[in-house]
Design a binder for this molecule. Sequence first.
Ligand code: 16C
Length: 258
Amino acid sequence: REKLKTGQIPITPPPTSPAIQHRLWPEVDRLVKQQVAMARMGIGECGTGWQLFAEDGEMKMYRREEEVDGMVVDPLKAVHVVKGITGHEVCDYFFNPKYRYDWETTLEHMTVLETISDDTLVFLQTHKRIWPASQRDVVFWSHMRKLPNDQDRDGPDIWTVVNNSTESPEHPANVGKCVRIYLTVCLLCQTRVHPPKDGAPITRNNVSCKITYCSVVNPGGWAPASVLRAVYKREYPKFLKRFTSYVINQTKNKPLMF
Ligand code: 16C
C-alpha cells in the first residue's frame, strides 16, 4: 500500500482491481489522482480568470477563456448541491453505459470498445453535429472510483468518475466524416448526511450530494469560437440540470446507495 504523510489522502484502489494489469492503468491512476486533486480545489484556489457564466439555484458554472492554435479549449468548473441523492448513485448513473442515452442529449451513438474491468471502460461516441462545423466523435477511457473520506472518517465515501481521451487503432481519428475531439472530464461527488434529530432512520430527505464537474474539451479542428462558446454556455447547464433530475427520478423509490 502507498505510504501516506499526515493529512494526505489515500487514493490508490485495492490491489485486487483487475485493471491494474492493463496497459492503460498507469495513465488512469495518474490522471485520476491529478483530476481529483484539482476538482477538490475551490474556484479561488485553482488559478485566476474564472468567470461565472451560469447560475441556477445551487448550481454555479465557471469557465476560463483559453485558446490553443486558435481553437477554443475553455476549461469549465461547475459546482452543484442536489438533495435526495448520494455520490455513489450520481457516479453510477454517469459511468454506466446502460443509462447514457437517457440523459446525454448531445449523443448520437455510443459503443463500449473495451471492458478493462467493472470500473474501467473504453468508449467510442459520436455527437450531434453543430452547424456549420463538422460532426465530432471521441474515444475515451472512463474510470469510476471510491475515495476514502479523509475529512469525516465516519461519513460516506467520496466517489469520482474520470473520462480521458485515448487512442483506438481500430478507430483512428479523422478518417470518416467526424473530427475527433479530445477531452478530460472529472465528476467528483461528496454525500452529506443531515441525520434526523429524533434518531429516526436516514431517508432521502436526509441526504444531499455536492457535485463538482470539471471539463476541458479540445474541438480537434476548426469550429467558430463564437458558435462554440454559445453552444457550451447552453449545453453544460442543460446537461447538469437534466442529468441530476434524471438521477433524482431514477432513485426516488429505491433504497439509498452509499
Ligand atoms: O461529460 C459528459 N458526458 C460524458 C458521457 O458522454 C463524456 C462525454 C463528453 C462529450 C462532450 C463533448 C460533446 C461535444 C459534442 C458537440 C456538441 C453538440 C451539441 C449539439 C446541440 C444540438 O464526458 C457531459 C457532457 C456535456 C456536454 C456539453 C456540451 C459541451 C460542448 C463543448 C464544445 C465541443 C466542441 C464541438 C466542436 C464543434
